[in-house]
Design a binder for this molecule. Structure first.
Ligand code: ZN
Length: 253
């Protein structure tokens, strides 16, 4: 895949939005894109002059192959992140996936350190409720995914999951577009924050089974009333997160 300027700009924007929403600290974390057929991906790289995920520049995006070699860098000194194996192995095993988000949000660390179960405990007031209807699994080790062996094992653990926690480390989220993976990561983070606060307050209980079934079945792309579902709803949420983080101008009628 030849470095695509538009995709690189999209990846950098997604990184800045995730950074603005406190999804990680410093330079730890990346968003990637794969076109589905090339033997390389685009991903946020690392360099000595980096400014952190929150301040990602388009020139921080690098093209790397499936052995984590940097093929093309946005600027001198920016290289493939060591955890690119996490991304490339997920793509390799899931041809339908176009984007992977890996971040280190604080609440994911806290909940996995304390081995707190994540389950549906609130309705769809936050979109993330649906992510937990079948539970959310935690990868049992905090070791970074920095070689083929670890990448393969982690991709096997992910299977067809769309989200996963990583013990004392962070989260990995996949999507069919950069926006899809970004919004899902932000929704997961909202769920984790509410879960954390519920455990602080006391002893949270799962929703009644009927409510969980409703969440599981709810997918109405063209609902006659209220917010759009499906792709349109996801893009609306992306714009919301982008505007809240100052990445997009707020339109005024
Ligand atoms: Zn990591």
């Amino acid at each position: 895949m030849v470095m695509n300027r538009q995709v690189a700009e999209q990846l950098a924007e997604a990184c800045r939005i995730l950074g603005a929403w406190d999804m990680t600290h410093g330079a730890e974390g990346h968003v990637s894109y794969w076109d589905g057929e090339s033997d390389s991906i685009l991903i946020r790289g690392k360099g000595a002059d980096q400014l952190g995920v929150r301040y990602t520049r388009t020139s921080d995006i690098v093209e790397v192959d499936f052995d984590s070699n940097t093929l093309e860098g946005g600027r001198a000194g920016v290289r493939s992140p060591s955890e690119s194996f996490l991304h490339t192995w997920i793509f390799r095993q899931n041809p339908e996936i176009r984007s992977v988000v890996h971040m280190h949000p604080r609440h994911a660390m806290l909940l996995t350190i304390c081995e707190k179960e994540i389950f549906p405990m609130h309705g769809r007031v936050y979109q993330g409720a649906k992510l937990a209807v079948d539970g959310i699994d935690t990868y049992p080790t905090s070791i970074t995914i920095h070689d083929h062996d670890k990448g393969e094992r982690f991709a096997h653990f992910m299977g067809k999951k769309k989200v996963a926690l990583m013990r004392g480390h962070g989260i990995t989220v996949v999507g069919t577009s950069i926006e899809d993976a970004t919004v899902r990561a932000l929704e997961l983070n909202e769920l984790l924050k509410i879960t954390y606060e519920a455990y602080l307050l006391g002893d949270p209980k799962p929703l009644p089974e009927g409510d969980i079934e409703y969440l599981r079945s709810e997918h109405q792309p063209d609902r006659p009333r209220g917010a759009a579902g499906g792709e349109k709803g996801m893009l609306a949420n992306y714009r919301y997160y982008a505007m809240m983080s100052g990445e997009m101008e707020v339109p005024v009628d």
